[in-house]
Design a protein around this ligand. Sequence first.
Ligand code: ADP
Ligand code: MG
Length: 339
Amino acid sequence: SSPSSFPAIRRLPDPLISQIAAGEVVERPASVLKELLENALDAGSASLQIQLEEGGVKLIRVTDDGAGIAKDELALALTRHATSKIASLNDLEHVSTFGFRGEALASIASVARLTLISCRAGAPHAWRLAADADLPEPAALAQGTLVEMRDLYYNTPARRKFLKSEATELAHCLEAIKRVAMAYPEVAIMASHNGRTSLRLPKSDMQARIGAILGDAFTAESRLVTADAGVLKLTGYCALPAHSRARSDAQYCYVNGRFVRDKLLMHALREAYRDMLHGSRYPAYCIFLDIDPAAVDVNVHPAKSEVRFRDARAVHQFVFHAVQKVLSSPLHALSNPVS
Ligand code: ADP
Ligand code: MG
């Protein structure tokens, strides 16, 4: 085409910008649920209730008992790039909350029907704001926040076609809950699907929570790993080679409480198990790495499932040695086997 018929540059309308951004964050119901759970934990909640319908496509409702959102901030919470979690570049470099992009609620609201109900401590009552409403209305809720998403992709039918069966989407939702639950044993979590309880995790400690999620066979055949190098700390459980699996579905790595699928950490673990596992077997583990937030960049990926370490080599060696040491010590010398 001739230069004159080539389309002019124009600014995209805001709703379309949000829908494009939503493509990165809202892949399926489980990704909505992950964002809502992370917001509830960022708000300091002690107890979470999750209600799902039709695999999370029809309904995802998360009720927490955290700090709540002030009436005057409900509308702001739904707009893009609005966050209470960082205010400066310096904050970003030291961020310790799950959220900081201020994108999740706006993205979800652009591809589903979203309603917030929230009550701050000391407020006389809660307020409700639907994303398509103008003003908050009085509502009833104990201190905390209820976020309700309905009809995912109702306005983007092309995306709806990529959703899998109810059972598959539910399985992804439950996995999203387990990933969060593993790192927050002190938070009580209840989940139901189509009105029936599907997960009940009382407040507990790390060992009991991992056992509740990965099962008794895992805890019975695991060893506690702990290592402390000051700036790096590792804790968690690594299953003995006898409990290795045909699939890599029991590998949980966390960095500062955030579940990650990190090549470097997974490689360090694979190396630690190398001489003990046959090629086609996968180790099972759940490990938590704590590191100075300034030494890790979590702003690599919109869903933040990848991280970048400032000193990757040191992290790799630290994890490798800690795990290898525990796996290679004779059983009777282990001080803290899981019962
Ligand atoms: P981000 O988490 O990156 O800040 P979100 O779009 O997920 O962005 O949320 C926007 C803001 O809404 C948050 O910064 C927070 O202030 C508020 N918020 C969202 N969910 C909750 C919740 N469950 N409890 C309290 N505040 C919340
Ligand atoms: Mg968030």
